[in-house]
Write a protein that binds this ligand. Structure first.
Ligand code: HEC
Length: 166
Protein backbone atom coordinates (compact mmCIF):
# COMPACT_ATOMS: atom_id res chain seq x y z
CA UNK A 1 0.00 0.00 0.00
CA UNK A 2 1.04 3.57 -0.69
CA UNK A 3 1.33 5.39 2.67
CA UNK A 4 -0.28 8.54 1.19
CA UNK A 5 -3.43 6.70 0.17
CA UNK A 6 -3.64 5.03 3.58
CA UNK A 7 -3.49 8.44 5.24
CA UNK A 8 -6.31 9.93 3.13
CA UNK A 9 -8.42 6.85 3.80
CA UNK A 10 -7.94 7.34 7.57
CA UNK A 11 -8.81 11.00 7.22
CA UNK A 12 -12.06 10.23 5.35
CA UNK A 13 -12.97 7.66 8.00
CA UNK A 14 -12.32 10.17 10.76
CA UNK A 15 -14.44 12.84 9.07
CA UNK A 16 -17.30 10.37 8.56
CA UNK A 17 -17.28 9.64 12.27
CA UNK A 18 -17.12 13.22 13.42
CA UNK A 19 -19.62 14.86 11.03
CA UNK A 20 -22.73 13.43 12.76
CA UNK A 21 -21.29 14.57 16.10
CA UNK A 22 -20.67 18.07 14.74
CA UNK A 23 -24.20 18.17 13.35
CA UNK A 24 -25.65 17.23 16.75
CA UNK A 25 -23.63 19.93 18.46
CA UNK A 26 -24.67 22.45 15.82
CA UNK A 27 -28.39 21.69 16.08
CA UNK A 28 -28.13 21.82 19.87
CA UNK A 29 -26.58 25.29 19.64
CA UNK A 30 -29.30 26.44 17.25
CA UNK A 31 -31.99 25.13 19.60
CA UNK A 32 -30.46 26.91 22.60
CA UNK A 33 -30.14 30.26 20.83
CA UNK A 34 -33.65 30.08 19.36
CA UNK A 35 -35.11 29.18 22.76
CA UNK A 36 -33.43 32.20 24.28
CA UNK A 37 -34.63 34.61 21.64
CA UNK A 38 -38.19 33.34 22.10
CA UNK A 39 -37.94 34.14 25.80
CA UNK A 40 -36.68 37.61 24.98
CA UNK A 41 -39.58 38.09 22.58
CA UNK A 42 -42.03 37.21 25.32
CA UNK A 43 -40.42 39.67 27.68
CA UNK A 44 -40.52 42.50 25.21
CA UNK A 45 -44.15 41.71 24.37
CA UNK A 46 -45.06 41.92 28.07
CA UNK A 47 -43.21 45.20 28.35
CA UNK A 48 -44.93 46.55 25.28
CA UNK A 49 -48.30 45.57 26.68
CA UNK A 50 -47.88 47.33 30.01
CA UNK A 51 -46.24 50.32 28.33
CA UNK A 52 -48.98 50.77 25.80
CA UNK A 53 -51.73 50.50 28.42
CA UNK A 54 -49.95 53.13 30.56
CA UNK A 55 -49.80 55.51 27.65
CA UNK A 56 -53.42 54.81 26.82
CA UNK A 57 -54.52 55.57 30.38
CA UNK A 58 -52.72 58.90 30.37
CA UNK A 59 -54.07 59.84 26.97
CA UNK A 60 -57.58 58.97 28.04
CA UNK A 61 -57.37 60.85 31.33
CA UNK A 62 -57.19 64.19 29.56
CA UNK A 63 -60.30 63.73 27.43
CA UNK A 64 -62.47 61.50 29.52
CA UNK A 65 -66.19 61.76 30.04
CA UNK A 66 -67.97 62.48 33.29
CA UNK A 67 -67.65 59.63 35.81
CA UNK A 68 -70.59 60.85 37.91
CA UNK A 69 -72.86 60.46 34.89
CA UNK A 70 -71.13 57.14 34.22
CA UNK A 71 -72.08 55.95 37.68
CA UNK A 72 -75.76 56.24 36.81
CA UNK A 73 -75.19 54.47 33.50
CA UNK A 74 -73.45 51.64 35.31
CA UNK A 75 -76.87 50.73 36.78
CA UNK A 76 -77.32 48.89 33.48
CA UNK A 77 -74.32 46.69 34.27
CA UNK A 78 -74.50 46.39 38.04
CA UNK A 79 -76.70 43.29 38.15
CA UNK A 80 -73.95 41.36 36.34
CA UNK A 81 -70.63 43.02 37.25
CA UNK A 82 -68.76 43.94 40.42
CA UNK A 83 -65.83 46.36 40.12
CA UNK A 84 -63.75 46.28 43.27
CA UNK A 85 -60.85 44.01 44.13
CA UNK A 86 -61.84 40.61 45.59
CA UNK A 87 -65.56 41.19 45.09
CA UNK A 88 -67.20 37.98 43.85
CA UNK A 89 -68.12 37.46 40.21
CA UNK A 90 -71.80 37.83 39.40
CA UNK A 91 -73.40 36.64 36.15
CA UNK A 92 -70.48 38.40 34.48
CA UNK A 93 -66.88 38.61 35.71
CA UNK A 94 -65.62 41.02 38.36
CA UNK A 95 -63.96 43.84 36.40
CA UNK A 96 -61.21 44.88 38.81
CA UNK A 97 -58.11 45.98 36.87
CA UNK A 98 -59.44 44.61 33.57
CA UNK A 99 -58.36 47.61 31.51
CA UNK A 100 -55.24 47.04 29.40
CA UNK A 101 -55.56 43.25 29.75
CA UNK A 102 -56.53 40.52 27.35
CA UNK A 103 -60.26 39.77 27.19
CA UNK A 104 -61.15 36.89 29.47
CA UNK A 105 -58.30 37.30 31.98
CA UNK A 106 -60.19 37.48 35.29
CA UNK A 107 -59.38 34.51 37.49
CA UNK A 108 -61.93 31.83 38.40
CA UNK A 109 -64.54 33.05 35.95
CA UNK A 110 -65.87 30.76 33.26
CA UNK A 111 -65.88 32.80 30.07
CA UNK A 112 -67.26 31.72 26.73
CA UNK A 113 -64.57 30.41 24.37
CA UNK A 114 -65.63 33.13 21.93
CA UNK A 115 -64.44 35.76 24.39
CA UNK A 116 -61.20 34.08 25.49
CA UNK A 117 -60.23 33.18 21.93
CA UNK A 118 -61.04 36.62 20.52
CA UNK A 119 -57.47 37.80 21.22
CA UNK A 120 -58.87 41.23 22.03
CA UNK A 121 -57.16 43.54 24.51
CA UNK A 122 -59.28 45.95 26.53
CA UNK A 123 -58.01 49.28 25.31
CA UNK A 124 -60.27 52.30 24.92
CA UNK A 125 -61.25 51.54 21.31
CA UNK A 126 -62.23 47.93 21.92
CA UNK A 127 -64.10 48.73 25.11
CA UNK A 128 -66.03 51.48 23.32
CA UNK A 129 -67.03 49.06 20.53
CA UNK A 130 -67.90 46.35 23.07
CA UNK A 131 -70.25 48.66 24.95
CA UNK A 132 -71.85 49.92 21.75
CA UNK A 133 -72.62 46.40 20.55
CA UNK A 134 -71.00 43.42 22.31
CA UNK A 135 -72.30 40.88 19.79
CA UNK A 136 -70.84 42.81 16.86
CA UNK A 137 -67.35 42.94 18.40
CA UNK A 138 -67.31 39.30 19.60
CA UNK A 139 -70.10 37.25 17.98
CA UNK A 140 -71.80 34.65 20.20
CA UNK A 141 -70.17 35.78 23.44
CA UNK A 142 -72.42 35.23 26.48
CA UNK A 143 -72.93 38.78 27.69
CA UNK A 144 -76.63 39.53 27.32
CA UNK A 145 -76.64 43.27 26.80
CA UNK A 146 -78.13 45.16 23.84
CA UNK A 147 -75.49 47.87 23.76
CA UNK A 148 -75.27 51.57 24.50
CA UNK A 149 -75.83 53.58 21.33
CA UNK A 150 -75.02 57.10 22.55
CA UNK A 151 -71.25 57.83 22.22
CA UNK A 152 -71.32 60.44 25.02
CA UNK A 153 -72.92 57.93 27.37
CA UNK A 154 -70.19 55.40 26.56
CA UNK A 155 -67.51 58.00 27.23
CA UNK A 156 -69.04 58.77 30.63
CA UNK A 157 -69.45 55.11 31.49
CA UNK A 158 -65.85 54.30 30.51
CA UNK A 159 -64.64 57.20 32.69
CA UNK A 160 -66.50 55.68 35.62
CA UNK A 161 -65.29 52.15 34.86
CA UNK A 162 -61.64 53.19 34.71
CA UNK A 163 -61.89 55.15 37.94
CA UNK A 164 -63.63 52.38 39.85
CA UNK A 165 -61.60 49.40 38.64
CA UNK A 166 -58.08 50.73 39.34
C1 HEC B 1 -76.99 40.21 31.93
C2 HEC B 1 -75.66 40.32 32.48
C3 HEC B 1 -74.72 41.36 31.93
C4 HEC B 1 -74.93 42.72 31.77
C5 HEC B 1 -76.22 43.52 31.95
C6 HEC B 1 -73.64 43.28 31.38
N1 HEC B 1 -72.70 42.29 31.31
FE1 HEC B 1 -70.73 42.51 30.85
N2 HEC B 1 -70.48 40.51 30.83
C7 HEC B 1 -71.45 39.59 31.16
C8 HEC B 1 -70.96 38.26 30.90
C9 HEC B 1 -71.72 36.95 31.11
C10 HEC B 1 -69.64 38.43 30.41
C11 HEC B 1 -68.70 37.31 29.93
C12 HEC B 1 -68.95 37.12 28.46
C13 HEC B 1 -68.34 35.86 27.86
O1 HEC B 1 -67.61 35.13 28.54
O2 HEC B 1 -68.64 35.60 26.69
C14 HEC B 1 -69.37 39.85 30.39
C15 HEC B 1 -68.15 40.43 30.01
C16 HEC B 1 -67.86 41.76 30.11
C17 HEC B 1 -66.57 42.35 29.89
C18 HEC B 1 -65.29 41.60 29.52
C19 HEC B 1 -64.58 41.23 30.80
C20 HEC B 1 -63.29 40.47 30.64
O3 HEC B 1 -62.74 40.05 31.67
O4 HEC B 1 -62.82 40.25 29.51
C21 HEC B 1 -66.69 43.69 30.11
C22 HEC B 1 -65.59 44.73 30.03
C23 HEC B 1 -68.06 43.94 30.46
N3 HEC B 1 -68.75 42.75 30.45
C24 HEC B 1 -68.58 45.19 30.77
C25 HEC B 1 -69.94 45.44 30.93
C26 HEC B 1 -70.51 46.76 31.12
C27 HEC B 1 -69.70 48.03 31.24
C28 HEC B 1 -71.86 46.60 31.18
C29 HEC B 1 -72.93 47.66 31.30
C30 HEC B 1 -73.08 48.54 30.17
C31 HEC B 1 -72.14 45.18 31.08
N4 HEC B 1 -70.95 44.51 30.93
C32 HEC B 1 -73.41 44.61 31.15
C33 HEC B 1 -72.72 39.86 31.65
C34 HEC B 1 -73.32 41.11 31.62
Amino acid sequence: MIPGLLLTNRLIQLMRKSIPKLLTILSFLILVTCGNSEKENHQSKDLMLSDSSDIKLEQIDSNLGDPSKGKRLFLQCRACHSLKRKEPHKIGPNLYNFFGRKAGSQKKYKYSSQLTESGIMWDYENLDQWLENPQALIPENKMVYVGMRNPQDREDLIAYLLKETQ
